[in-house]
Design a protein around this ligand. Structure first.
Ligand SMILES: [Zn+2]
Length: 236
């Protein structure tokens, strides 16, 4: 199973158990390793999913090891949080244009904050380097792309930026992946996206907030515009 999809398996599992009542407030999930084995996914996927669920207020992850190390459920199936937990459904239901508008506002603020402090950004650079691998499918590439944008938000040190980006991840992945088919020359598009990513990092490193904002705007808006035009042409 592709690691990029695997974290959604964990979300689905927790969601189903909340709905059927086998998990409720105060219950403890198995530890990371056991959950990974049970669901046949990697531990990094389990970690990623637990992080999203914690952000959504569904559970609390305790640090440490041993029998008391598993995440504790903090919501019941009847609570509002659990009802909106249909993450995949919610991600599909969002208007793509609304997600893009939210990204344009949020990520402009993210790069502006980064340009003011010019942090190291080594984790984001590592993800970009991994994305240069020609063997990646478009889905895998675009999942890492969403991860890259999430790491930028985290690097601001603003926990709200990071939390909102984590919460948006499923929605972002859904629209970028579902539109990749509208791109004629994927290899050229990929090179362009990588060039844009590095341009954003360069502007941030130079401390140029205006340039960074313009570049992230063109990057997010450009992909959306290009894939929407092709979509409309194909429908006609
Ligand atoms: Zn990107």
């Amino acid at each position: 199973m592709a690691e990029t999809k695997a974290w959604r398996v964990v979300l689905d599992h927790v969601e189903k158990r909340l709905r059927d009542g086998s998990l409720g407030p105060g219950d403890r999930l198995p530890g990371e390793r056991e959950l990974a084995t049970q669901l046949g996914v990697g531990r990094s996927s389990v970690r990623e999913a637990l992080r999203v669920l914690e952000v959504m207020g569904v559970l609390h992850t305790a640090t440490g090891s041993g029998p008391r190390s598993g995440a504790v459920i903090t919501t019941s199936a009847s609570s509002g949080v659990a009802q909106v937990l249909g993450l995949q459904a919610a991600a599909q239901a969002f208007e793509f244009g609304d997600v893009v508008d939210a990204r344009l506002v949020l990520e402009a603020a993210v790069v502006e904050a980064l340009a003011a402090t010019t942090p190291e950004l080594s984790a984001a650079r590592e993800v970009l380097d991994a994305m240069d691998d020609d063997a990646l499918t478009s889905d895998e590439f675009l999942s890492l792309d969403a991860r890259f944008h999430g790491l930028l938000a985290e690097a601001t040190g603003n926990a709200v930026f990071a939390t909102v980006m984590t919460g948006l991840r499923a929605a972002i992945e859904t629209y970028v992946q579902s539109r990749a088919h509208a791109i004629g020359d994927w290899s050229a598009a990929r090179d362009r996206l990588q060039h844009e990513h590095r341009g954003v990092l360069e502007a941030v490193r130079a401390g140029d907030a205006d340039d960074a904002r313009q570049r992230i705007h063109d990057h997010i808006g450009g992909y959306y515009a290009a894939t929407r035009i092709r979509d409309e042409q194909q429908r006609q």
